[in-house]
Design a protein around this ligand. Structure first.
Ligand code: AMP
Ligand code: TRP
Length: 331
């Protein structure tokens, strides 16, 4: 059976981008047709300035939201990365296979490091090695597919390179995975700045729709989305990025294609209204289920405990094998 692995970082509240780009498909498609693992990748949240209590809180919230989005522990494995030692164990071996040049070429590293330096801050070494830990997340489980948004495809490419190189040098150990981005919604953009991704780490901001935003907040954010000075409502990603983003969000929420919505709307106002309502409807069941789950935190804890046990069992043999293959004495 195909194995799927994906994860979400607890660096902020989950956004509509996370949902349309990744989580919704995990719940609606991946968990039903594959042997899937979904992980709150908390170690990755330590690569930038962090507040320990906040990371803990956001990890619990992310796990709760994954379940609220429809991940079913009967169908897939939901767990927290730091509960399973194999991720960090394997990451070190992969650091011995990756080069520093490879790590420095990662777009996300370059962007985040530059931003940090601009602020006068220092860059954590773990920000550079982050994609190697991500590769370990994926390779430890022998995942075939990695359902992620567009921003992660370069990291999955690196993962492939490391798997191939390890296998060539030390013998067949890892499955070579591939990224599977969604057709629509792979890159939801910030409503106030449609040239940058709707990312949860970009603070509050009226351009980011959070999964737990109240309906009226969602409506306000969508109605105030930046568009452009044109008048006709056509889909053109290059020339009309703000408009294209709204059309993509609407299409992703209603299950259509953004091209088909070209010319359907008479005005920006009408498009925004429909988009806002579509987003509210998509979020409603998630928010309802989230509320229910919050009333029973011991259920979520139980799911995570069991998930970690299952994950550990799946990862351990392959990571042990990699330790032997690379030349470490069996313990
Ligand atoms: P992260 O928030 O970086 O942990 O991302 C978790 C998942 O959501 C990854 O698969 C990302 O590719 C996806 N994702 C995050 N932001 C967006 C976005 N704005 N549009 C589409 N997918 C996204
Ligand atoms: N780097 C991913 C992100 O920022 C999160 C992540 C960590 C991940 N490990 C992973 C995604 C393994 C897929 C598979 O979104």
């Amino acid at each position: 059976m195909t194995r799927v692995f994906s994860g979400v970082k607890p660096t902020g509240h989950l956004t509509l981008g996370n949902y349309l780009g990744a989580v919704r498909r995990w719940a609606e498609v991946d968990q039903h047709r594959t042997d899937a693992l979904f992980c709150v990748v908390d170690l990755h949240a330590l690569t930038v300035d962090h507040d320990p209590a906040r990371v803990r809180r956001l990890s619990r919230q992310a796990a709760t939201l994954l379940l609220a989005s429809g991940l079913d522990p009967e169908l897939c494995t939901v767990f927290v990365q730091s509960h399973v030692d194999e991720h960090a164990r394997l990451s070190y071996l992969l650091e011995c296979v990756a080069t520093d040049g490879e790590a420095r070429r990662m777009i996300q590293y370059k962007e985040k490091a530059a931003r940090e330096r601009e602020r006068g801050g220092s860059v954590r070494l773990s920000l550079l090695t982050y994609p190697v830990l991500m590769a370990a997340d994926i390779l430890a489980y022998g995942a075939d597919e990695v359902p992620v948004g567009d921003d992660q495809t370069q990291h999955v490419e690196l993962t492939r390179d490391l798997a191939v190189r390890f296998n060539q040098r030390y013998g067949q150990t890892f499955v070579v995975p591939r990224a599977t981005p969604p057709k629509v919604g792979a890159r939801v953009m910030n409503l106030q700045d449609p040239t940058s991704k709707m990312g949860k780490t970009d603070d509050v901001g009226p351009g980011i729709v959070y999964l737990l935003d109240e309906p009226d907040v969602v409506r306000k954010k969508v109605m105030r989305a930046v568009t452009d000075s044109g008048r006709d409502v056509v889909y053109d990603r290059e020339e009309r990025p703000g408009l294209a983003n709204l059309l993509e969000i609407l299409a992703a929420c209603t299950g259509g294609a953004p091209e088909d919505l070209s010319g359907v709307y008479e005005s920006y106002g009408a498009l925004k209204k429909d988009t806002a309502e579509a987003v509210v409807e998509v979020l409603r069941p998630v928010q309802e289920k989230h509320k229910e789950l919050c009333a029973d935190p011991s259920y979520v804890e139980g799911v995570l405990r069991l998930g970690a046990e299952k994950a550990r069992e799946m990862a351990r043999p392959r990571v042990d094998e990699a330790y032997r293959a690379i030349g470490l004495l069996a313990g």
